[in-house]
Each structure stands twice: as structure tokens, then as C-alpha cells.
Write a new protein. Structure first.
Lengths: 229, 175
């Protein structure tokens, strides 16, 4: 359902792009000059997703700063409050994260355009709590079920990881960018709770068996130009 | 032709791919060992070196209706070992084992013996899909005396006896 809604939104946005066609061609005075500045934005996927999935709340702010023609310093700052349901139990992960790194724009723009196809690297760090809400012991179904004791909260956990990011940023209105990025994450360290495991980490998302994972965002951002060159 | 439209198309494809990916995330299957079963091996009381099968064994657990069935994995018509579940809700499980025996006049009859396991429990995290299992420590057992016990002796394979895995038999029953 969500997929279709987002796709419809996308469709409308592509019409926006068409309406901007003439404007881009008009800005002849900007030719040969790129804008340098900071781009601030927000991930729109997580707030929309949480409307449909009450148990998955999250917010992410993104920023990048153009250093050279193709290099951008990049950062994401976010928060997650996510409940995960497994066969025998469910748990809630609550915490914040920061990702720091750089992007390279591998897209050669037409003159006057500043779209980005990026390849980037990030170092991510998260501080969080895990709460084991409820569950049952996994035993032969012939036996009466045993429930796990009252909810247990494991506090003060943390984790760090590396990500490789692939993404895209398109200027849809003057200074307004729409972006999508996908990152493959690989865990470096994880402070594990006793007699449990960090199965979800804010910013990293689901931790797969091999300690890898993936995350993505869908951003709307605004460029504040500082200078041109 | 506006390049932005092309880029947006890529964006659209990427998005559909990702939404498809996250919709099939429950890919973990529980393959690790869960709460261990209590494994009994049957031996011949007259020739203690040798296994001796029991005929048509039926297992009942105190407080639970019906016979324990195990999809034919461990309990068959004629077997020299069984693996049966131990209660995870309390520190005591009563087992009633019924077998078919032959009396002096060569008639078949059912004989049941009851014994009790007492233990302390510990819950151990296994994995995402398996969740928690129960391990049993300091297991003691007590065979109830009736006038006609088919079980002669029960001998633990280790002392103190812990049921924490299913690698080998936990007790030997001589009959």
C-alpha cells in the first residue's frame, strides 16, 4: 500500500520537474559556475512509514557540505523507536545515531545542472536501549507454554559500523533537492546485552546473521549556497 | 529531453526495489538447538553392556493429557532410546512410561512405571528466530516403587546431571 502511495507522490514530483524545464535553461548567467554551500534535509520515509506502522518510529536529518567540485562532506543524525516482532518474542529498540563521512559525485552534469549520483562512505555510531517486552520459551509444543519474565530493559548499549552509500539527489525546484540513498552496513563493534542480542540498531536497522545490514532514506533537502565558483 | 526525468526514473526503480526487499525480511529459520529433550537409553539388566529395546512405549507427563508423540522421530514401536520433553513451567516433571511386557504365561500385558525429575531451570538466548531455550541443571530423579516395576534401575551418565544438550543419553534405564 505504502509503496503505491510513495510511487504516486514520485509521479507528481516528476511532473514538477517537467514544469521546471524552462527555468533551468533560462539561468544562463549561472553557466560555468557551481554553487557551494550546505544542503540540509530530512528523511521523509520514516515519518510516513510510522503512519502505517505504529511500532516503527524514526526521524533523520541529513546534511552535506560541498568541499570540492565532486567531494561532499556528509552527515546524518537520527532517532529510532522500533518494535520488532519475532516468532517467540518481541523487543523495542530506542536510541539515536550519527553517521559521518563523505560523498563523491560520479555524475557529470550538463552545464547549469547540479544533480548528484553519489558514492559515499560513512562511519556510524549509535547509543540505544533494548527492551525485551514479552515472549515464550521455545520448547516442545506438547509442554505448557512458559512466558519470559517481565519486560527487561538493557540500557547503555552502543554500536559502530561502516557503510557504503549509493544515492541520488535531484534538483526539482530551485535549491530544493529530492534524494534517495541506499547503504550497505557492516558492523564494527556492538556492546551486546547479557543473554540477548542487538538484533536491531538505530541507523543500522536489522542486524543480519553475518553482522551486515542495509538502510536507506528518501530525503527532501534545501541548498543554502555560500558562494559560486 | 530533460535529464531530471531520467534520474527520477532511476529513483523510482530503486525505490520499488527497496520496498520489495524490506517486505521479505523474515528470512531467518530456526536451525539451532532449542530446549533439549531428555534422552533415555534402554539397557538389558542381565547383560548391562547391551542395549535392550522396549516394545510399544508410551510416555505421559504429569498434569498433561494424552501421550507424548514425536512424529515418529524417537518413539517407535520397538526402540532402545527415547527423547522426551521436560517441563519448562516448573522445576519438577513426572513421567509415566508404559511398555508392553510378557508375563510368565507368555501373555502380553502393559506395565507402567512412574518417575520424577527435579531440577533447576535457566533460560538461555539462542538466536533471533529460535528465541530462548530452557536448560536443566542439577537433575535428580526418583523412581516410584510399585509391586511390579519394569524399570530396575536408572543410572545417570554424568554426575551431577545437567540436561543442556542432546549430544548423548542423559540416563540409562536397565530393564
Amino acid at each position: 500500500m505504502l509503496k503505491y502511495i510513495i510511487n504516486i507522490i514520485l509521479l507528481f514530483i516528476s511532473f514538477l520537474a517537467i514544469s521546471q524545464e524552462t527555468k533551468v535553461k533560462d539561468s544562463i548567467e549561472d553557466v560555468y559556475k557551481d554553487r557551494y554551500g550546505i544542503r540540509l534535509g530530512i528523511d521523509i520515509f520514516q515519518p510516513i512509514y510510522s503512519l502505517f506502522e505504529e511500532d516503527k518510529k524514526g526521524l533523520e536529518i541529513v546534511a552535506d557540505y560541498r568541499v570540492t567540485k565532486i567531494f561532499y562532506a556528509a552527515a546524518e543524525l537520527g532517532y529510532n523507536d522500533v518494535t520488532t516482532f519475532e516468532d517467540y518474542y518481541n523487543f523495542t529498540t530506542n536510541g539515536s545515531y550519527i553517521k559521518l563521512g563523505a560523498d563523491v559525485n560520479v555524475y557529470k552534469n550538463w552545464i547549469g545542472m547540479e544533480n548528484i549520483i553519489l558514492v559515499g562512505l560513512r562511519y556510524g555510531f549509535s547509543i540505544f536501549d533494548q527492551t525485551l517486552n514479552e515472549g515464550i520459551i521455545n520448547a516442545d509444543p506438547f509442554l505448557p507454554e512458559e512466558e519470559l519474565p517481565d519486560p527487561v530493559t538493557y540500557s547503555g548499549l552502543n554500536a559502530s559500523w561502516f557503510s557504503v552509500v549509493l544515492g541520488i539527489k535531484v534538483e526539482v525546484l530551485h535549491n530544493l533537492f529530492l534524494g534517495f540513498s541506499f547503504s550497505g552496513n557492516s558492523l564494527i563493534s556492538s556492546k551486546e546485552p547479557e543473554n540477548f542480542k542487538n538484533l536491531f540498531i538505530p541507523g543500522f536497522n536489522r542486524v543480519y546473521v553475518n553482522n551486515n545490514g542495509f538502510s536507506f532514506n528518501y530525503t527532501v533537502s534545501y541548498l543554502i549556497p555560500f558562494y559560486k565558483k | 529531453m530533460n535529464l531530471n526525468i531520467n534520474i527520477l526514473k532511476i529513483l523510482l526503480v530503486l525505490f520499488v526495489t527497496i520496498t520489495t526487499l524490506i517486505s521479505c525480511e523474515r528470512d531467518d529459520i530456526c536451525i539451532e538447538e532449542n530446549t533439549p529433550y531428555f534422552i533415555i537409553r534402554f539397557y538389558d539388566v542381565d547383560n548391562p553392556e547391551f542395549f535392550k529395546s522396549v516394545a510399544d512405549i508410551k510416555v505421559e507427563l504429569g498434569g498433561i493429557d494424552g501421550f507424548y508423540e514425536d512424529n515418529g522421530l524417537t518413539i517407535s514401536a520397538f526402540t532402545d532410546s527415547i527423547a522426551i520433553p521436560v517441563k519448562v513451567t516448573e522445576d519438577i516433571t513426572k513421567f509415566k512410561l508404559t511398555v508392553v511386557k510378557i508375563d510368565e504365561d507368555d501373555n502380553l500385558y502393559e506395565n507402567n512405571d512412574t518417575f520424577e525429575l527435579t531440577y533447576t531451570r535457566e533460560n538461555d538466548y539462542v538466536s533471533r528466530s529460535c528465541g530462548y531455550k530452557t536448560l536443566y541443571y542439577d537433575v535428580n530423579f526418583n523412581l516410584e516403587d510399585d509391586e511390579d516395576n519394569w524399570i530396575k534401575t536408572i543410572v545417570p551418565t554424568e554426575d551431577p546431571l545437567n540436561i543442556v544438550n542432546q549430544d548423548a543419553a542423559h540416563v540409562k534405564i536397565y530393564h
